[in-house]
Design a protein around this ligand. Structure first.
Ligand SMILES: [Fe+2]
Length: 251
């Protein structure tokens, strides 16, 4: 049995839900997605994850500050297929009102250390609930800071200005979005996700999984040695876009 540990920050909402897999069917998931809460599930039976961990020796998992595509060793494909089926069962049970038009997976055996706090940027604009399974024996350490909603509550004028800026920049670059301008090197005068941002710190052990919409929950991998990620890209009716959340919060 493993347990995720969280160091909470007093100035942020406690918007992380930790549950044991044995209680998965008992929880009411209504609103978890819409409210940008993050879910952690401990003790799902994935089989022997050391098989996946050992497929790429530690000496080859060189340090990377960010994720890059790594080929999947053939011998672990049967195991990853079983995990993918479990992931899809999770999606169907956790988000009964949503449909995914596309699914992407990523095998991330590399060591990641202290990446910047950010919101994810995918080219597709719609929300994409994403799950990360820690397959390494060392806990994976995530930090989460403001959600888009929390930024709107705390910094309404700045967020209104940003939406206007994104709309202008999108005339030149169709993929421009709030995530891309909120990266700390893009903003000169106001940088809410820089090193002074408050954060909760989540230590999730081997076999635990975190699920959230990383376009609406700012996060950084503070330390991690191996994860398997799975994203469900929702169709056009699938949840609010970042700008729509801002409009809703500030209206
Ligand atoms: Fe990310």
């Amino acid at each position: 049995m493993v347990d995720t540990q969280i160091k909470w920050h007093k100035d942020l909402p406690h918007d992380i839900v930790v549950i044991d897999a044995s209680h998965l069917s008992d929880i009411d998931t209504t609103g978890i997605f819409e409210d940008s809460r993050l879910l952690v599930i401990d003790n799902i039976d994935w089989g022997d994850l050391d098989e996946i961990r050992a497929a790429v020796p530690l000496r080859e998992r060189e340090f990377k500050t960010s994720f890059t595509k790594t080929p999947i060793p053939k011998k672990i494909i049967p195991h990853l297929r079983i995990i993918a089926r479990q992931f899809n069962d999770l999606f169907l049970s956790l988000y009964p009102n949503y449909w995914a038009t596309e699914v992407t997976s990523s095998f991330r055996p590399m060591i990641t250390n202290n990446e910047p706090m950010h919101f994810d940027t995918f080219e597709l604009p719609h929300p994409a609930p994403t799950a990360f399974l820690n397959f390494d024996t060392k806990p994976r350490i995530w930090r989460t800071s403001y959600t888009i909603q929390a930024l709107c509550e705390k910094f309404p004028a700045e967020m209104r200005g940003l939406v206007e800026r994104v709309e202008k920049e999108r005339q030149v670059n169709a993929h421009r979005n709030l995530s891309s301008v909120l990266r700390k090197n893009t903003l000169k005068d106001w940088s809410p996700l820089d090193s002074r941002a408050p954060y909760h710190e989540i230590h999730f052990p081997q076999g635990s999984v975190v699920i959230c919409n990383p376009k609406n929950v700012s996060h950084q991998i503070y330390y991690g040695r191996g994860a398997y990620g799975y994203s469900w890209h929702l169709d056009q009716g699938g949840g609010l876009l970042q700008e729509e959340i801002v409009d809703q919060c500030l209206s």
